[in-house]
Each structure stands twice: as C-alpha cells, then as structure tokens.
Write a protein that binds this ligand. Structure first.
Ligand SMILES: *[C@@H]1O[C@H](CO)[C@@H](O)[C@H](O)[C@H]1NC(C)=O
Length: 456
C-alpha cells in the first residue's frame, strides 16, 4: 500500500521474556499426518512434496503497523482467528512483524494443525533498512535481529518463507536502497545455509509501483546464485472489481514475467475502490496465471483505518465477519487450483541486471559486503534477539566496509545448528564499535535517527 509508512521512534528498553528451546514441530508431528509438509522451490513454482503449492492466503497483522504486536505470540487471538482462516479456506497467512524473543510454539502448532503456513517479514519497526539512508541502517545490529528471527522460526515445518524486506523501495527516488535489500536477502540465505537449517525460501516484497517493478524483479534475480532471491513477490491493487484478466493489466503481467525463473506471487492484493467481490481470485488460481504466478495474499484480515478488513476485531472476544469476508470465502471456494503442474517452467534462466535508467538508479551491481561482525553469527548463531522493544538498529553497530567479492555470500560453513552460543554479540552501543572511517561521527550525530519502516 502506498503512503502508509511511518518513522520509527527509538524505543525505550529491553524486554524480559526469554524464549526457550523446544522440539521441532516435525518431531512432534511425525507419525500423524502432517498437514503442512515443508515447501520447496523448483523452477518458477513452490512445491509441497510433488504437489504444486499455491499461496492462498490473507495478510494478518491485527493492530496494523502502529500496534507493534506479534500476533503469533498471542495464542488466544491466534486460535480465535484460525477458526476464521479455516472458514475462509486459506493455507497461508502473512505476518509483518514478530517478537524474536517470544514463544511461538502454541500458535505455530495450531496453525500447522489447521494446515496453515506462515509467510514472515523478518524486519520490525526498530530493526529495518531505512530507505532514506540505507547504508547506515545496514549494520550488524540489524542483521543480528533478523538472524534471531530466523532462529525462532526455522524449526517449524509451516514456516513457508521469509521476506527480507517490504516496500523498502517505494518510488523511483529510492531505488538506491535496492543493493542493501538484496544484500539482506543474500545474508539471510547464507545464515540459513551456514546454520544447517532447511532451505526456507527468502525474497523481497515489492511495493505496487508500476514504473520500476520489473527492474526490481530483474535485479533481485540477477547475479550470482548466492545473491539471487528464491522468489519474488509484489503488492498489487490493480484489479478493481468489476474487471477482467485483460482490463486489470494482469494479462500483461503474465506476459511480462513469462520467462522469470523463480516463483512469483502477490504479497498483497484486493483493491477496495469498489465493492469487493474478489473476482480476481478465479483468474489467479487458473491457467490464466498459473504458469507464472503462485497465488497470493489478500490484504487484509483485520479491519484497520485503511478499510481493507475482512473481520472486525474491535471486540476481541467476538470477531465480526464483514461483508468482504463472505465475498472472499465464496471466491476461494469456487476457485480450484489448476490441475497438474499448472504449466510451470522448470528451468528458466536468471535475469540480467537492469541497466541504469530514469526509473532505476543503480549503477554498480556489486552488493555491499556483509558487516564484518555479522560474519560471526554464521559460525556461532545470532543468540538472543532484541524483540520488538529493543533499542533499535537504525544507526547502530558496524556497517559494510565496501563491495563484496562476487559470490562471497556462498555458504562457507556447516556449523552445528545450535544457536545457544553467541548471545549479545550483536548488541553494540551506537558509536562505540564502528569500524568504518567516518561512520563513528555519523553515528554519533544520528543517535536518535528515525528509520522508515513500512507495513502497508
Ligand atoms: C542516483 O543516486 C546517486 C547516489 O548514488 C544520487 O547522487 C543521485 O542524485 C541519484 N539520482 C536520482 C535521479 O535520484
């Protein structure tokens, strides 16, 4: 969504609750029928075993961006809403922020039991890339928080994928942030590999900006394998009922991405200009789209100020279905997935990096090197995360010291997946441990620097 970013305030203090290690869900689920088998990427599609997997979901962040709450750490709310998810017939929710210190077992297990996966944004308001000043915000303190979130969610089979960023680039003037977002994707992939976790897909969720959407897509899927995304997602509000596959522009978006080699899906959709009938659902889960797209997520479950809600949670004890809920339920029920493999492409080629243009201000396709202190997390684990109330990373820690060697993000270690070591390595006081010439001064000047974090 456009226009709903906010400047993150520097938060007060550390939270206290410590997550405890627990058995993986696969351990507990073994023996009984697992309704959420691990999903993998092959060609330009997702797969649950040998079955093509289409994301059929809703965006889920009760309270919106201002709420700063982790819905997966709220078992009561989670279980209340799972009843509605089941009624809607969905298989995925997208959550925009979680508390990497909280316990998520109860909600994640309940979701798994209902056959529902989680697509998770690993950024939070205080730990995110600042599109206005990406270089400073790409630092080891930031990455520590992201990696701690990966630690907290990698153990669940129903963790579907991680978003490395959401709408960080939101116009033609902010494309300079793209190398940093791509570096974050690379670092997350490297962390997952180095820690010996399963290959949970990592990719970016792009804003609904026509002018540079294709360039972003190309950019995220060009270069060395370790730098390229596992999928690409974008938010799309172009189908406003009544419309058609052709009129909405979706037909063109199938043609334009026909040779794109990794899965694509819509990380937000559902224009609300007119009464929503969700007629686009029929097209999305049909052979109109399925050779290129793998479904999408309707924005959004809860009614917030922007008026996209399916359910009114103003009385949390008695959620009220709004008119859009019934419309979406009907649309999902009527839209069966295409048969077989949906016409996917098994072996496309990565994209070419887009040239600099009026809408794409990236000249050097080398990515910033990972901040040196963050390399330690690859070996030792990230340790305890800062949670949603941590002091923030916007101008903290040590940044990148230059361009990375091509391919340098390759998995170099097979450290044992024990994340109990290395705690506190990431919490460096701003201005104290800066290894970059000039950085210390900048950091000191910007101790209360606001970071742009976008939810909508
Ligand atoms: C492109 O980026 C450079 C810095 O990398 C900046 O100086 C320049 O103003 C940008 N140009 C546009 C048109 O935004």
């Amino acid at each position: 969504m456009k226009g709903a970013s906010f400047v993150a305030a520097t938060a007060a203090l550390a939270s206290t609750a410590l997550a405890t290690p627990s058995k993986s869900i696969s351990e507990r689920a073994s023996g009984s029928g697992n309704k959420t088998p691990q999903v993998t990427v092959k060609g330009n599609a997702f797969w649950a075993g040998n079955e093509r997997f289409y994301i059929r979901g809703v965006d889920y962040q009760p309270g919106g961006s201002g709420g700063k709450a982790d819905p997966i750490a709220d078992p009561t709310g989670c279980k209340r809403d799972i009843e509605k998810f089941t009624e809607l017939g969905i298989n995925t929710i997208r959550v925009y922020m979680v508390d990497n210190r909280a316990d998520h077992d109860e909600c994640m297990n309940a979701l798994a039991a209902a056959g529902i996966y989680l697509a998770l944004d690993v950024n939070t308001p205080e730990y995110s890339i600042n599109r206005a000043d990406p270089e400073i915000s790409y630092n080891n303190v930031y990455l520590q928080s992201l990696f701690a979130t990966v630690d907290a969610f990698q153990k669940y089979d129903n963790t579907l994928l991680f978003f490395s960023g959401n709408e960080v680039i939101n116009d033609d003037q902010t494309t300079g942030a793209a190398p940093f977002v791509k570096a974050v994707t690379r670092d997350l992939k490297q962390y997952i590999g180095s820690r010996g976790y399963r290959k949970i897909p990592v990719g970016y969720s792009a804003a609904d900006v026509d002018s540079n959407r294709f360039e972003i897509a190309q950019y995220m899927n060009c270069g060395t394998d370790d730098e390229r995304s596992d999928f690409f997602a974008f938010n799309d509000y172009s189908w406003c009922d009544p419309s058609t596959f052709q009129e909405s522009g979706w037909k063109d978006k199938v043609a334009k991405y026909a040779s794109y080699s990794i899965p694509i899906f819509l990380s937000e959709y559902g224009c609300n200009t007119n009464t929503r009938k969700f007629e686009e659902v029929k097209s999305l889960y049909s052979s109109d789209m399925s050779s290129v797209y793998s479904g999408g997520l309707v924005y959004e479950y809860s009614q917030e100020d922007s008026n996209y809600g399916l359910v009114d949670l103003s009385n949390p004890r008695s959620p009220k279905e709004l008119a859009d809920f019934a419309a979406l339920k009907t649309a999902y029920a009527a839209a069966k997935n295409p048969s077989g493999d949906g016409g996917y492409s098994q072996s496309g080629s990565p994209a070419q990096c887009p040239p600099k243009s009026n809408t794409w201000n990236v000249t050097d396709n080398a990515l910033p090197a990972i901040p040196t202190p963050a390399m330690a997390y690859m070996q030792k684990g990230a340790g305890q995360g800062p949670g949603l109330d941590g002091p923030g990373s916007q101008s903290a820690g040590t940044g990148s010291s230059g361009d990375a060697e091509p391919g340098s993000g390759a998995v170099t270690s097979t450290a044992s997946p024990d994340s109990s070591q290395g705690a506190a390595a990431g919490l460096i006081i701003p201005g104290v441990d800066s290894g970059v010439v000039g950085m210390a001064a900048i950091v000191a000047l910007s101790a209360v620097f606001g970071g742009v974090f976008t939810l909508l």
